[in-house]
Write a new protein. Sequence first.
Length: 277
Amino acid sequence: MKFGIVARRDKEEALKLAYRVYDFLKVSGYDVVVDKDTYEHFPYFNERDVIPLEEFDVDFIIAIGGDGTILRIEHMTKKDIPILSVNMGTLGFLTEVEPSDTFFALSRLIEGEYYIDERIKVRTYINGENRVPDALNEVAILTGIPGKIIHLKYYVDGGLADEVRADGLVVSTPTGSTGYAMSAGGPFVDPRLDVILVVPLLPLPKTSVPMVIPGSSRVDITVVSDREIILAIDGQYYEYLPPDVEITVVKSPRKTKFVRFTKEIYPKYTMKIKERH
């Protein structure tokens, strides 16, 4: 069994815990590699075990941080590697265990007392080309000028679904339904469902509404207004695009895999939604 370790880089407690996890696994006789960025912020790991995150080829990744750390892993790794997530962030919708339970969770993982929770992702094509990361949470098409709305049309499976004048449009997975999409008025969607959400951002007039469509659907977005837009993936990747761009969003063939110890969903999600709002 081989492990990879990735930590939140701006929090010393996360980096120290990452080192303790590394030491525990090494002493226990396991192969362990450490993310290069983690090492650069806490250079106490054995340098021979340090590799770029893009090159991880391990059985499990131990992510010590918040949702941002998980999204960084998902955007940079080339394989669908199961993630055991330790919450060192603010909200931690995606994380599984608290820091105090880290080594108990590791022991359960090693003993095989876990299951894999698979989450769908969405893939974005820009003028027919896929050159941006898949999104675990959402793809957002935003106005490039704050305070100015953009005029969009979006099509579902080739048919015009809506014409939107708004601050933008969010295409979200069920996992992302508790994030940007919910802030824009979208519903909470059970993460086990194979669906995609399309949510306008502050539409004007308020005649455009959130939609839930099958996960097999294709969403094509065109910009009617002559105005630059911003493409945002999971709040981590941003790119300015010209108004004549064609954007397509579909379900990705890849999935995110989380190591879980309980199949309960609603107590965790409803509590965190209340904390967030």
